[in-house]
Ligand binder design. Structure first.
Ligand code: PGA
Length: 255
């Protein structure tokens, strides 16, 4: 269970799903289902094109909006990219950075992830920095080495103030979209290792306040046991965040 001072975050990563109209309809359905929850930060991350409609549908609610990616320059000749200030202007408070689909399908490196984290924080956003091993890496016993390297690459060189704005998501690649969730013990082992690595880089106080989310096939029926782990401070939810009923059930895991 999340330590005092680490307010849980439940974030929905919609990926390449939902038009603006579909986003607005889903969020009108979600709002009343979670309006009584004030001890959890609730975030939805629609595709860029649906962010404005989402922010409008959520105005005055306790559900926040985030982007799924950003570029590290504010503006310039970078066709197809979207910047932190552009997301902030639409009402985003959050942005996912370094999701494994970005790393695997779009060639994003640890260095690019680091630059994006710095840019997100400079734009006033809270980045959700994603890390996680592949199945082959886990089976080779390299999980902690791989995740440790990703944490070093992403978080190394950030200041304590920058770290306060950032959240980490541990998402084992083999658990994303597969229905194969990590066991609570597997998640806790890696979360504790991430916190230890963060302590080496930034000191015990910063690491103790760092929120570490688990992602990968989080569903209403497995969220509770994951959230019961000492170093699990929230969830990054893909498939189950697309329907109001299942996302609300995850947000309300305490019952
Ligand atoms: P999933 O996706 O919940 O559908 O496994 C999680 C993610 O990719 O963030």
């Amino acid at each position: 269970m999340s330590a005092p001072g680490r307010k849980p975050v439940i974030a929905g990563n919609w990926k390449l799903f939902k038009t603006s109209a579909e986003a607005a309809a889903m969020l009108r359905d979600l709002r009343p289902r979670v309006s009584m929850i004030h001890d959890v930060e609730i975030v939805v991350c629609p595709p860029f094109t649906a962010i404005a409609a989402a922010a409008q549908a959520l105005a005055g609610s306790n559900v926040q909006v985030g982007g799924q990616d950003l570029y590290w320059e504010s503006q310039g000749a970078f066709t197809g990219e979207v910047s932190g200030p552009m997301l902030a202007e639409l009402g985003c408070r959050w942005v996912v950075v370094g999701h494994s689909e970005r790393r695997q399908l779009f060639g994003e490196t640890d260095e690019a992830v680091h630059r994006k984290l710095v840019a997100a924080i400079a734009a006033g956003l809270s980045p959700i920095a994603c890390v996680g091993e592949t199945l082959a890496e886990r089976e080779a016993g390299r999980t902690l080495e791989v995740v440790g390297r990703q944490i070093q690459g992403a978080l190394g060189g950030l200041s304590g103030d920058q770290m306060k704005r950032l959240v980490v998501a541990y998402e084992p690649v083999w658990a994303i979209g597969t229905g194969k969730v990590a066991t609570p013990a597997q998640a806790e082992e890696v979360h504790a290792a991430i916190r230890a690595r963060a302590a080496e880089l930034h000191g015990a106080a910063v690491a103790g306040a760092l929120r570490i989310l688990y992602g990968g096939s989080v569903k209403p029926d497995n969220v509770k046991e994951l959230m019961a782990q000492e170093d699990v401070d929230g969830a990054l939810v893909g498939g189950a965040s697309l329907q109001a009923e299942s996302f609300a059930a995850i947000v309300r895991w305490r019952g």
